[in-house]
Ligand binder design. Structure first.
Ligand code: ATP
Ligand code: MG
Length: 727
C-alpha cells in the first residue's frame, strides 16, 4: 500500500491543501462543544452574565462592601470603579435606576476583579436578605449598617463566620452563587436581564453558526480535493499497469492469466482508489480529532478513566472482527479473478456451449463461483455490519455513564452542566475518531491486498526485453539466417525446436510444412521476437535480432497470425492499423492482392464498413483475408503468413499467391509462409519440412518429392501422382 502512495507525488500540492483543510475542519468541529458549554452555563444558567466581576454596583452596595475589605483592597476597589452621580443622562439608558441613586461603574469591563470583589459582595448580598436580617432581629439594612458602624467587633464577627461558610464551597459553586446574586444587583440597577441574556445567546450562537459553516466548507473542499487526487493517482496507476501489460510476452500472460490482469487493472485499482480517497481525508482527520479531543477531555481527570475502559473494549472488539475478516479479503480478490475467468470463457465460447447443449453444466459452473463469492462477501459484510450496533450500544452506554457520573460531579459542585455536556461531546469525538482509526487499520490491509496484486504486475520484468545498447538494423533487405536455433517454451520440459538452420534471401519465399504440432508457428514467431531463442541465433543481415530494438525489428515485419484478429472499427481503420498514413492507393492494392476487394466492394459502405468487436461480422475466410490485407498495407521487408491460406478455397488461394508473387517481385521482400497444403507452397523458393521440431528436409518441391520421406507422405496424401508430376 505504501508503494501506492508514491502515485500521490504529482499531486503534492493538493495533498498539502487537504492537510490544511482537514486541520481547519478539526479545529472548527472541536470549538463547538466549548461554545455549547458556554451557552448552557453562561447563556442559560447565568442569564448572560459571563463574569463574576460586577460591572456596576449601587453606591450603597459599594460602600457596604468596603466594610469587609482591608484598607489596601479598598483603595484598589476605589481606583477600579468610577462613581456616577445620580441622574447622569448618559448612563440612564443602561442603568435606569441611576436616576434615583449614585452608582459605581467598573473602569475596565474586561478586568478580572473577582478575587477582590467576590467575598465582600457575597457577604453584603447575604446580609441584605430578609431572613438574614430577621435572624439577627433587625428590621432593615440601614439598622444593620448603623449598628455595624457602632460596633466594629460585630463586623469582624460577621466577616469571619461568612468566610467559614464560603470555605465550604467549591470554586464552581462560589461562582454560581456570586453570579446569581449579581443578577439581583443588576436588576436593582434596572438593567434589562432579558436583553443581556439574548444578546449573549445571539453572539455565541452566531459564532457557532459561523464556525460550523467554516468547518463544512473545509470538509467539502477536502472531500473534493481528495477524490480528485485519488482518482488522478489511480488513473496514472491504471495507465502504468496497462503499459506494463503491453510489454509482457506470452510467458507473463500465462503466469498472471488474462482474467486476473483484467481484475487487477479494474477492480483492484478501484479498491486502492477508494482507500486512497478515504485515507487522504480520514487518516489525517481522525488522529487530529482524536488527539485534540483527548486534550480537552483530560481537563476532567475524574472521568477519563471511564473513557479509557470503553476505548479498550472497542479496541478489543475491532481487533477480533478484523482478525476474522482480514484473510477473507484475499480470497475475495481471487474469487473475482475466477469469476472473470469463467465469464470470459463462457461468453467467448457461447456457441460451443450451445452446440453441445452444455448450458446447464456451464450454469452450474458459473453458479459455483458466483455462490462462493457471494458467501464470502456476505460473511465479511455481516461481520462488519455487526460492529455498528455494538458500537451504538457502547456509545449510548458511555453517554449514560458520563451523565451519571457527571451528575454526581455537578452535585458536588466540581462541574457545570455545560461542562458535562461538552465532556460528553468530546468523549464521543474521541470514540468516533478512535473507531475511524481502527477502520483505517482494516481498510489498509484490505486494499494492500489489491495494491500488492497491482504491484506484482508493475514489478514483473518482461522476459523479452530490448538489449541495453541496441544496434540498428541494416538498411534495405537483408538475409534472415537461423543458425542452429533451438527453443523451449517457458515451463516446458522439452525443446519444441531443435537444430534449426536455414537462411532466406531478400525476394525469396520460404515455406514451412509439417504435421500439426510440429513447431511451425513456434518457429516463425521467433522472427518478430514473440519469444527468444533458447540457443543458437537468428540474424538479420549480420545483426543478431537480439541486439536490435523490438520496435525497429517489428517495423520491418508484416505479420499475419494463424488466427485472424480484427479490432472493432471499420475495415479501413483495421488496415491502417499497420500504417496510419497509408494512402488510399496502398489500401486499394492491399485489398486487391489479398483478394478482399470483391467482398469489400459488395459491402454497403465499402472500406468504411463497420467491423464489430473481434471481427464477428465477417466470415472466417474474410477475416483472414483482411488480416493479410492489413499486413500488406505495411510496406514491410519481411512478411509472415502463419497458415493464413487454409481458410481460403483453392481458387482464391491460387489467385492470392499469384498476386502476392507479383507484389513481392516489386518490393523484394522476404516471405515466410506456413501452410498445410502442398499446393499452397509448391512454388516456394525453399520449402522446409518440419517433423517434431526438427528439419526433416530443405529444398524445392522437386528436390523434396524425390528424397524427403516426410514430404512425400504429405504430398501423396493430398495430390495424386499425376497432379504432382504436372506441377
Ligand atoms: N505457449 C505454449 N506453451 C507451451 N507449449 C506450447 C505453446 N504453444 C505451443 N506449444 C507446443 O509446441 C508445439 C508446437 O506448436 P506449434 O503451435 O508451433 O505447432 P504448429 O506446427 O504451428 O501446429 P499447427 O499446424 O496446428 O498450427 C506443440 O506441441 C504445442 O503443444
Ligand atoms: Mg501453427
Amino acid at each position: 500500500m505504501l508503494k501506492a502512495l508514491r502515485y500521490l507525488k504529482p499531486f503534492w500540492l493538493s495533498v498539502i491543501a487537504i492537510i490544511c483543510l482537514v486541520f481547519g475542519q478539526v479545529q472548527c468541529e472541536l470549538a463547538l462543544p466549548d461554545y455549547m458549554s458556554n451557552i448552557m452555563t453562561y447563556g442559560i444558567q447565568y442569564g448572560g452574565i459571563t463574569s463574576s466581576t460586577p460591572t456596576a454596583l449601587r453606591s450603597s452596595t459599594f460602600e457596604h462592601m468596603k466594610l469587609f475589605m482591608s484598607e489596601e483592597d479598598q483603595s484598589i476597589l476605589e481606583s477600579s470603579y468610577s462613581r456616577i452621580s445620580m441622574g447622569d443622562e448618559s448612563y440612564l439608558a443602561k442603568y435606569p435606576e441611576a436616576a434615583n441613586q449614585d452608582i459605581y461603574v467598573v473602569n475596565d469591563p474586561k478586568a478580572d476583579l473577582s478575587g477582590l470583589t467576590e467575598k465582600p459582595f457575597l457577604i453584603v448580598s447575604m446580609l441584605s436578605q430578609k431572613d438574614m436580617l430577621d435572624q439577627m432581629g433587625l428590621s432593615s439594612e440601614d439598622q444593620l449598617y448603623a449598628s455595624l458602624a457602632a460596633q466594629p467587633k460585630m463586623t469582624e464577627q460577621i466577616q469571619s463566620s461568612a468566610e467559614e461558610k464560603i470555605a465550604g464551597y467549591t470554586d464552581a459553586n462560589l461562582e454560581a452563587a456570586e453570579i446569581m446574586l449579581l443578577k439581583n444587583e443588576y436588576s436593582a440597577l434596572g438593567m434589562n436581564a432579558d436583553a443581556m441574556q439574548s444578546s449573549y445567546l445571539w453572539q455565541e450562537g452566531g459564532w457557532m453558526l459561523l464556525i460550523t459553516l467554516l468547518g463544512s466548507l473545509c470538509a467539502a473542499a477536502a472531500a473534493y480535493l481528495s477524490s480528485r487526487t485519488a482518482t488522478g493517482a489511480c488513473r496514472n496507476m491504471r495507465a502504468d499497469v496497462f503499459k506494463k501489460v503491453e510489454s509482457f510476452s506470452s510467458e507473463e500472460f500465462s503466469h498472471f492469466s488474462t482474467a486476473s490482469l483484467i481484475t487487477r487493472t479494474t477492480n483492484d485499482i478501484q479498491q486502492v482508489q477508494q482507500v486512497l480517497t478515504m485515507l487522504l481525508r480520514i487518516v489525517l482527520f481522525a488522529p487530529f480529532m482524536g488527539f485534540t479531543a483527548l486534550l480537552k477531555v483530560i481537563r476532567y481527570p475524574s472521568m477519563v478513566g471511564l473513557l479509557g475502559w470503553v476505548l479498550l473494549i472497542i479496541f478489543a472488539l475491532l481487533m477480533i472482527t478484523f482478525s476474522v475478516t482480514l484473510p477473507k479479503f484475499k480470497i475475495i480478490q481471487k474469487l473475482v479473478d475466477r469469476l472473470n475467468l469463467v465469464t470470459r470463457e463462457q461468453l467467448s465460447g457461447m456457441l460451443v456451449i450451445r452446440a453441445f447443449n452444455n448450458q446447464k453444466t456451464e450454469e452450474k459452473r458459473f453458479d459455483g463461483v458466483n455462490t462462493d463469492i457471494t458467501k464470502v462477501n456476505i460473511f465479511v459484510n455481516r461481520a462488519m455490519a455487526s460492529i455498528m450496533p455494538v458500537m451504538q450500544f457502547l456509545m449510548s452506554g458511555i453517554s449514560i455513564l458520563i451523565i451519571w457520573f457527571g451528575a454526581k460531579q455537578i452535585d458536588l459542585g466540581a462541574m457545570q452542566i455545560g461542562e458535562m455536556m461538552a465532556f460528553l461531546q468530546y468523549s464521543m469525538q474521541v470514540l468516533i475518531s478512535f473507531m475511524v482509526i481502527a477502520m483505517i487499520f482494516i481498510m489498509i490491509p484490505r486494499s494492500s491486498v489489491s495494491a500488492q496484486r497491482i504491484f506484482q504486475v508493475l514489478e514483473t520484468d518482461p522476459t523479452i526485453v530490448d538489449s541495453k545498447n541496441p544496434k540498428s538494423l541494416p538498411a534495405g533487405n537483408r538475409t534472415i539466417t537461423f543458425d542452429d536455433v533451438c527453443f523451449k517454451y517457458p515451463n516446458a520440459e522439452e525443446n519444441v525446436l531443435e537444430h534449426i538452420s536455414f537462411h532466406a534471401d531478400p525476394g525469396e519465399t520460404v515455406a514451412f510444412i509439417g504435421s500439426t504440432g510440429s513447431g511451425k508457428s513456434t518457429l516463425i514467431n521467433l522472427i518478430p521476437r514473440f519469444f527468444d531463442v533458447t540457443c543458437g541465433s537468428i540474424r538479420y543481415g549480420d545483426v543478431d535480432i537480439h541486439d536490435v530494438t523490438m520496435k525497429d525489428l517489428r517495423s520491418r515485419i508484416g505479420y499475419v497470425p494463424q488466427k485472424g484478429v480484427l479490432f472493432s472499427g471499420t475495415i479501413e481503420s483495421n488496415l491502417k492499423y499497420a500504417d496510419e498514413n497509408a494512402s488510399d492507393a496502398v489500401i486499394e492494392n492491399a485489398l486487391d492482392v489479398s483478394q478482399s476487394k470483391e467482398f469489400v466492394d459488395q459491402m454497403p459502405d465499402g472500406v468504411k464498413e463497420k467491423i464489430s468487436e473481434g471481427g464477428s461480422n465477417v466470415s472466417g475466410g474474410q477475416k483472414q483475408r483482411l488480416s493479410i490485407a492489413r499486413a500488406l498495407t505495411k510496406n514491410a521487408q519481411i512478411y509472415i503468413f502463419d497458415d493464413t491460406f487454409s481458410a481460403l478455397d483453392y481458387k482464391t488461394d491460387a489467385q492470392l499467391r499469384e498476386a502476392l508473387a507479383g507484389m513481392i517481385a516489386k518490393t523484394h521482400s522476404t516471405v515466410f509462409i506456413v501452410a498445410q497444403r502442398i499446393s499452397s507452397i509448391m512454388h516456394a523458393d525453399r520449402i522446409i519440412v518440419l517433423d517434431q521440431g526438427r528439419i526433416a528436409g530443405i529444398g524445392t518441391h522437386d528436390e523434396l518429392i524425390k528424397n524427403c520421406r516426410v514430404y512425400q507422405e504429405i504430398a501423396y496424401s493430398q495430390l495424386s501422382r499425376e497432379e504432382l508430376k504436372q506441377a
